[in-house]
Design a protein around this ligand. Sequence first.
Ligand code: ADP
Length: 630
Amino acid sequence: MKSIKTVLLVEDNAGDARLLREMFNEYDTHDSELTHVTTMSEAEAHLATHAVDIILLDLGLPDVHGLDAIRRAHAAAPLVPLVVLTGFDDETLAAKALQEGAQDYLIKGQIEPRALLRALRYANERKRLERLKDEFIATVSHELRTPLTSIRGALGLLTSGMLGDVNEKATHLLRIALTNSDRLVRLINDILDLERIQSGREPLAFRAVQLADIVKQAIEDMQPVADAAGVKLLHDTTRVEITGDPDRLLQVITNLLSNAVKFSPPNSPVSVMLRPGVTGVILSVIDHGRGIPADKLEAIFGRFQQVDASDSRQKGGTGLGLAICRTIVLQHSGRIWAERNPVRGSTFRIFLPYLPVPVPVQGGTPEAETDHGTVILADANSESRSRIAAQLARHGYSVVQTSTVEQTLAAARQGAHAILVDTSLDGMNGWAILPLLRRLDTAARTPVVLLSVEDGNGAEALPGGAQGRVPKPLEEDALLTELARVLCGSGGTARILIVEDDPDLAQMISGVFARGDIAVQIAHSLKETIDACSEFAPHLLVLDIGLPDGDGFNVVDWLREHESLAHLPLVVYSGRDLSPAERRHLTLGPTYFMAKTRVQPQQLEALVLTMLRSLRQTHEAVAPSPVPNS
Ligand code: ADP
């Protein structure tokens, strides 16, 4: 068969398999190689290690049936054409099979050998066209990212008040524009995410994981949203270890929680339950909200499928969340489905089988060192304190938690890089702690950031002794940026070189760093970057990958050749997703990676300032010496 060299036959009936093999031997003039397996687990194992040109799939296998068989085969090898060859002569099932990614649905005994071989060739061609269409969608989405990032960033800066006052009417319009550009960003991110996960370009990183820990983190991440909606999150602490990709599983659970909260009325609970069984564990997310009509329980897992057409607009969704969840669960050889609760609301269940732990592969992604320093967190409310502490710890800070003035002063005596004080600490006005801290030798110059309930828009002066303020309810970005700002402190002018070919985006990023002790220069091309490294001698580079006369890899290769620049801190701020190998290639000194639309400019600022600060600590603001132009 032309262009079909290897066929994987997934068939548990030995007689059917023998017939098929004989048929291939007799009629296939191109001598394709036929591999035969009898279960889906064997098929998945084979597909993980072998290249296959086409899959011939029976739907009644010992370990999986019907549509789930197609879904699992498709998830295991998303780029390989799939032809169903089954005894079930069922038109409805056939239509669904095609919707789930099969290229054809053939009935055993009803198709003669030559027609079957021809069907395989056509299936191959159909799959090729489908791939082209997916690539087109991905390219369009990528191309939308850069201009959209500029628009989102500019609107964010304008509404933040950093650039001065804007009148009320304009503020209102800006907020509408901001909300809608956020929607667009979410949509594009989800399209790209789904495409990336389904294409199999980024294989899952399987390891042994404690499911209860992932559930706990998902709940922590969703807590602010649930608080705002007045929904109570309850979780199960049953310990159960499985093999999986923790980041992807977190994404699934967070998505289900986010939906449950979105569609729940205030004061109702959303709970997560873990039930370990013999072959795997069932995780359930139970809500008491609007519920899902019986005829939509399956459809909502499709792309852009909503119960109510107005859901995406009113509830801020994209309609892709559950499609992403299903793909991830299938890649774990699991199952996900929705049920109606007997009284009210819905339950989403995931079955995850216990899989063997894979042998670790050598040479993982080098993670940037994260030790941003010690922060004292003084907050009398234990719930909000542990939430903030968890956020800070995730971003590389060591956190010392205190709940009284006494404890805070004691911790400050031990020394810290910054102190965060809730203004209602210990019943006493948190500000009153400031003079006490200033009297301590060890903390006289430690920056203090106030966490205050009033709107800290900067209009009121900061009380003496405080360097910053973050308004409550706390937004993670605002907190990290403020912390990075005060920690960066002053220590001579820091020079940042922004390498970005899109002039609008470059200007927007440099706008974020508008402050006295930072000098920013922009380079739009590889040549300008090399010139700037010689003349401007940056302390840090913000690097885009695509450049008109080369790319970010060329920049890094050039830097690597110059001793004084070979360890330059980098923030790779790129529009496309980078593979682990590409990330390794781009790592010089401390290196961080950010996807353009995934991070807001303020997050970029926080990261860069944090990096500059650790740089100052290690080198005491010694700039790399300029290198001769080469
Ligand atoms: P979205 O981004 O729109 O939330 P999803 O794929 O996550 O996309 O969900 C698809 C649709 O399924 C939602 O728009 C909603 O109509 C319905 N849905 C999902 N979860 C729930 C739930 N817990 N309760 C009621 N409806 C839900």
